[in-house]
Design a protein around this ligand. Sequence first.
Ligand code: MN
Length: 218
Amino acid sequence: MFTLPNLPYDYSALEPYIDEETMRIHHDKHNAAYVDNLNKALILLAVGLEEKLSIKYKPLLDLNLEKMLESINEFPEMLRERIQNNAGGHANHSFFWKIMGSPDSGDEPSGKLLDALNFTFASVEKFKEEFTNKAIAVFGSGWAFLIKKPDGTLALKRHSFQNSPLMHGNIPILGIDVWEHAYYLKYQNRRADYIQAWWNVVNWKQVEDNLNEALGSK
Ligand code: MN
């Protein structure tokens, strides 16, 4: 069973760029719903195991969120999409809360992260521009991510709905939620304005930690 951790900061910590009400609804309602629905799907899997499903599915019940997404194709087809959407939703949002923080921190990309961005995108400014364009171009509900691929290189990737980079063997380093629920209260249909504002609340220290961890993991 999964639980919803508290936000790592106050609901108002990202003001004025992301408003308190959006954060309350986004975390307490949307993220909570992914957790609830993931748990319900796992209960269905457990019940199914007792009744008729193959015993080979049993180890899937004990996986953590990341492994669950990496192993998504091993889930029985009747539950796969539901688990993909809700495990993905919970993983993406848990990740998203951490890579944001107070706009007052004033931190910027540094260390290995700065080197990697310069190497891959020529400059931090160029990276921000390409990432922004990627996020603007997500059609409908989805995410834009900076990922680390299995070969160790960085790339930008769009995902629809709550699909996770982990499902494709990639590790998310930075990502932005461009579902309308992430910005509509304050920015209405102006997704580009939301993305521009969002850069002010990126927690670059966490992004650098994500990269270091990803590079150490494979
Ligand atoms: Mn969201």
